[in-house]
Design a protein around this ligand. Structure first.
Ligand code: ADP
Ligand code: MG
Length: 696
């Protein structure tokens, strides 16, 4: 790798000796490049400071003044102290106070000029002067500094103990002056120009010491054109890596399945329904992938209940027909058990062998280590335990993608001879996001629900309308239907004030002695849970009182009521998943959300979205907005580089552009022969994540 000045140690910079080098290392700064990438976390407009006389209580403001008086007050021995100083700016006075920081008296001396930043308050007597408590502050020394620390939009950095804001800023100033403009730009010029983006050098200068960067509000919200440039860079690097990875992945040798299709035909004959057009289309896509001599990497998206499982099962049968094993991996034990129960009958009917492997007890007498020899294996994360091996793993189906990271996928892939991978998700990921985060995957969408679904009427009711709720339950059960009741907790004690499954179970038994009430939660033994689910499926249970263990995948079409207790406590996607447990048959279904006060503003928004729409994509978008991307994706997008500057929501439009540019560039110059510096920077960006240029 060719090295440039930017890769030199930070110690080369004026004002940085060995001690500061150690301090800066704590901030992740080792080289000049690191330092330039270390952006201010906020900016202060000191180009026209307001005067003390203009301050109003409640303002958060920066003012400058000379120290006209100072005083330290100690109470109760040495434990408590207040240091205060009076600042005078020629017009008015301001009191600034620091609590329990007696050392302040060493810094703040009479006659010194100070800049303070903080919240303005009235003093306890309600008369002037106004006050600031524990403000951020800087003491100004000489005139040369005034260029850097005042009379401009001033950067404020996160610093570490042992170095002051001012010292840090001064180092950065030197650094930016000497190195920023000369930074080599990894993004090809035609791309920045085409998108109206400023060059890297200018961007770094402006983001550290803004001259033309426009207004302070834009700067502070990360929306200046220079921030946009850096957001573009991150998305572009992300998209480039995924594009390269995807291309090289296709060159990896995989299994070329050539199923005769007999098993699949038998399956389709057995089904009590015909596949929807969307299911058929997706099945053909999968079929085509599996025949290719490269590993399949396909993401199958579709709203809850759209019928993904049967499509996946057909693919598994294809693999088995060709002499390979097929594994189905689910995020919870309950779901793995469900899947297994659903397909066990068919597995036997086809004369195949099946196996359930979950992380729970080995109560089924199965060793959790050793070799899996069955044709079809269903399980949880236990499937990717290192100690488990497969005879001849050909296809891996992963259900509910959002709980699995890229790394886990890679782990599983290692267990076979580059098996084909199909990932199913019922939490539709907003389009732009899916393409970026899973850009190495091909995407299929089942866009329609099976015909004849009546939809689910959703209502949000207050807890005091219990009678109406009970009436609904009675009505449905008297028509032979079944109901779920979901609670947020297993026992009362564990989360103060929350209604729980165990209490709820008792309450329902008392309220409806004539009905059969079942209970299901994660602390029950797997066999017990399996038994309860089996009885629910066989209609031996009318009301199933449960925790969110039934959140994903459970499929009992005769259930038509979903009652969610403490709906205000659940996230939006979770509510949608739970609701998706009903509305699976030909009868119309109902989802009742009971909220207990206090219902926060956010909870209100979630509940409103739930009653407004059944559309999984809209719900996913709303959820993303409400929760932010990191949390939305659960495992912090395991396996992908962190985004430092870009925000998936704020910068969504930039993401689209960056992805487009990346795929164009890759299409023209796959190995980046003409862009060696970009290639070098990409390697660094993706280091430890994947060796993107060496897979092919
Ligand atoms: P999900 O996409 O949520 O995994 P499932 O695969 O569990 O959905 O399917 C939901 C229900 O719809 C199941 O009971 C399944 O048997 C049924 N189903 C699947 N495809 C069809 C179809 N084409 N017509 C009617 N019912 C279907
Ligand atoms: Mg499912």
């Amino acid at each position: 790798m060719k090295s440039s000045k930017a890769d030199l140690s930070i110690q080369q910079v004026k004002g940085v000796g060995p001690q500061r080098t150690r301090l800066l290392a704590k901030l992740g700064i080792a080289t000049i490049r690191d330092a330039l990438a270390y952006l201010p976390f906020r900016y202060e407009d000191r180009s026209h400071l307001i005067s003390v006389g203009e301050l109003r209580p409640g303002n958060v403001a920066t003012v400058m003044g000379k120290v006209a008086a100072c005083n330290i007050l100690r109470r109760r021995g040495k434990k408590f102290s207040i240091f205060d100083a009076t600042l005078h700016d020629g017009g008015s006075y301001l009191t600034v106070k620091w609590f329990n920081q007696p050392f302040m008296q060493k810094h703040v001396a009479l006659g010194r000029t100070m800049v303070v930043y903080g919240m303005v308050k009235e003093n306890t007597r309600g008369i002037p002067p106004l006050e600031m408590e524990n403000p951020e502050y800087e003491l100004l020394i000489d005139d040369a500094d005034s260029q850097i620390h005042t009379n401009r939009v001033v950067p404020v950095y996160r610093i570490t103990e042992g170095i002051s804001q001012k010292q840090f800023r001064k180092i950065m100033f030197t650094l930016v002056q000497e190195h920023a403009a000369a930074m080599e730009d990894p993004v090809p010029l035609h791309i920045t120009v085409r998108n109206g983006l400023p060059g890297l050098g200018e961007t770094l200068c402006e983001l550290h010491f803004p001259e033309n960067a426009g207004n302070i509000v834009e700067l502070n919200s990360g929306r200046s054109r220079y921030h946009r440039r850096l957001a573009f860079d991150e998305f572009f690097f992300l998209a480039m890596g995924l594009a390269v990875f995807k291309k090289s992945g296709h060159r990896e040798k995989g299994i070329s399945f050539c199923p005769a299709g007999g098993l699949r035909r038998d399956l389709l004959k057995l089904l009590p329904f015909t596949l929807t057009a969307a299911q058929q289309r997706v099945m053909e896509q999968i079929d085509r992938d599996m025949r290719q001599p490269y590993p399949m990497n396909r993401l199958l998206q579709g709203d809850v209940g759209c019928g993904k499982t049967v499509v996946a099962f057909a693919a598994m049968l294809d693999a088995v027909e060709c002499g390979y094993q097929a594994a189905l991996m689910a995020p919870t034990e309950t779901l793995a058990e469900q899947h297994y129960l659903n397909i066990r009958g068919m597995i036997e009917m086809f004369g195949l062998s099946g196996d359930l492997r979950t992380g729970g007890s080995g109560a089924r007498g199965k060793e959790r280590t050793g070799e899996c020899t069955s044709d079809i294996i269903v399980g949880t994360h236990a499937l990717i335990q290192e100690r488990l091996t497969f005879r001849k793993l050909g296809l891996v189906v992963i259900d509910e993608q959002h709980k699995f990271g890229v790394m886990q996928r890679a782990l599983l892939r290692k267990k076979g001879v580059h098996p084909d991978v199909l990932i199913m998700t019922a939490t539709p990921i907003p389009r732009s996001l899916a393409l970026t985060l899973y850009g190495d995957l091909d995407c299929s969408v089942i866009s329609e629900l099976p015909p004849g679904r009546k939809g689910i009427a959703t209502a949000w009711v207050e807890a005091d309308r219990k009678d109406e709720i009970f009436a609904v339950l009675k009505q449905e059960i008297s028509r032979g239907r079944q109901a779920y009741v979901v609670y947020p907790a297993i026992e009362e004690s564990e989360t103060a004030g929350l209604r729980s499954v165990t209490r709820g179970h008792e309450a329902f038994q008392r309220k409806f002695p004539e009905y059969r009430i079942g209970m299901l939660h994660g602390r029950m033994r797997p066999e017990e849970r399996e038994q309860i689910m089996e009885r629910f499926r066989m209609r031996e249970i009318d009301i199933l009182v449960s925790t969110t263990v039934i959140e994903v995948g459970v499929d009992v079409p005769n259930a038509t009521v979903m009652l969610i207790v403490h709906a205000e406590r659940f996230g939006l996607s979770q509510l949608h998943q739970l609701r998706g447990r009903v509305g699976r048959g030909v009868d119309s279904s109902r989802c009742i959300l009971i909220a207990y006060p206090p219902v926060s503003e956010d909870a209100r928004r979630r509940l409103n979205v739930m009653i407004q729409t059944n559309d999984g994509f809209r719900i996913a978008e709303e959820d993303l907005k409400l929760r932010g991307a990191g949390e939305f994706l659960g495992t912090r997008q395991a396996g992908l580089p962190d985004l430092k500057n870009a925000d998936l929501i704020r910068d969504a439009a930039i993401l689209d552009t960056a992805r487009q540019e990346a795929s164009d560039l890759i299409a023209h110059d796959e190995r980046l022969l003409k862009y060696s510096f970009l290639k070098q920077r990409l390697d660094v960006f993706w280091k430890e994540k994947m060796d993107i240029f060496n897979t092919g």
